[in-house]
Design a protein around this ligand. Structure first.
Ligand SMILES: C[S@@+](CC[C@H](N)C(=O)[O-])C[C@H]1O[C@@H](n2cnc3c(N)ncnc32)[C@H](O)[C@@H]1O
Length: 243
């Protein structure tokens, strides 16, 4: 199904065109978006296998569809929403059944229409991430699973995700300007928002395996595994069930 146009108001259009410009890199294991694939694999561990025929997973800000193969492997029909037209085309080539071009702060779906909603590495790119979480909870069915992962609004996250990640020229490093620390997400407000909308989130930290990072940088590995950490101060994931 072709990507549908919808509201694109007041979004940083330069940011979206960045993703259009990077669309050929979504699936390059040594490209600028490679770490998103590692995180997608880690996210999949928190998505239960589909419990009914026709179960549907919505991937908010699906980008080039890195979560598509995981959604399919778990038995879901996968729907993606994003503003980057070229990325949505990639998503359709990688397991997504349907993509919709829309602003994630105003999802064009009915209440309680999805069994699972994922939002990976998206909240830290939007001016109002809490509105996105409210929307994610709204479209989730009672008993459904929400999985979000993003970057915390801490100094250490700013150092790790911008100062280091965007400036050290190793394979897989994001281009300069990918992140704006002012958009990093407040964990307390995130959990409070989800709770208000019926989802009690459990937070945990994620980080890449350092030894594998070194081997990846040397060209000896094509993928780095993520591990869970006690600290949610940098990259963290939240998951919960809708009441
Ligand atoms: C870092 S990428 C993450 C993509 C995907 N979730 C993943 O983990 O591979 C951020 C994505 O958010 C999308 N995006 C940013 N702001 C958006 C908005 N307001 N509405 C829809 N998509 C948005 C971008 O186009 C991009 O594809």
């Amino acid at each position: 199904m072709p990507a549908r146009d919808r509201k694109t108001s007041e979004i940083r259009k330069d940011f979206i065109s960045d993703y259009d410009g990077l669309a050929d890199q979504w699936w390059d294991p040594r490209g600028a978006l490679a770490p998103l694939g590692w995180i997608a694999r880690a996210r999949a561990d928190f998505v239960p296998a589909a419990r009914r025929d026709g179960a549907v997973l919505l991937d908010i800000a699906c980008g080039g569809g890195l979560f598509g193969p995981h959604a399919v492997a778990k038995g879901y029909r996968a729907v993606g929403v994003d503003l980057s037209e070229l990325s949505l085309r990639e998503a359709l080539r990688h397991g997504f059944d349907e993509v919709v071009r829309a602003d994630v702060t105003e999802l064009p779906f009915d209440d309680a229409s999805f069994d699972v909603v994922t939002a990976g590495q998206c909240l830290e790119h939007v001016p109002d991430p809490y509105a996105v979480v409210a929307e994610a909870c709204r479209v989730l069915r009672p008993g459904g699973t929400l999985v979000v992962d993003t970057i915390a609004d801490t100094r250490v996250a700013r150092f790790a995700s911008i100062t280091l990640a965007e400036n050290v020229p190793v394979p897989g490093h994001p281009p300069r300007g990918t992140h704006d620390h002012r958009l990093f997400v407040n964990r307390e407000r995130l959990t409070r928002t989800a709770r208000t909308h019926g989802v009690e989130l459990r937070l945990l930290g994620l980080r890449p395996r350092m030894r594998e990072m070194a081997r990846y940088a040397l060209g000896r590995l094509d993928e780095v595994r993520m591990v869970r950490t006690g600290s949610t101060a940098v990259l963290f994931l939240g998951t919960g069930t809708k009441k």
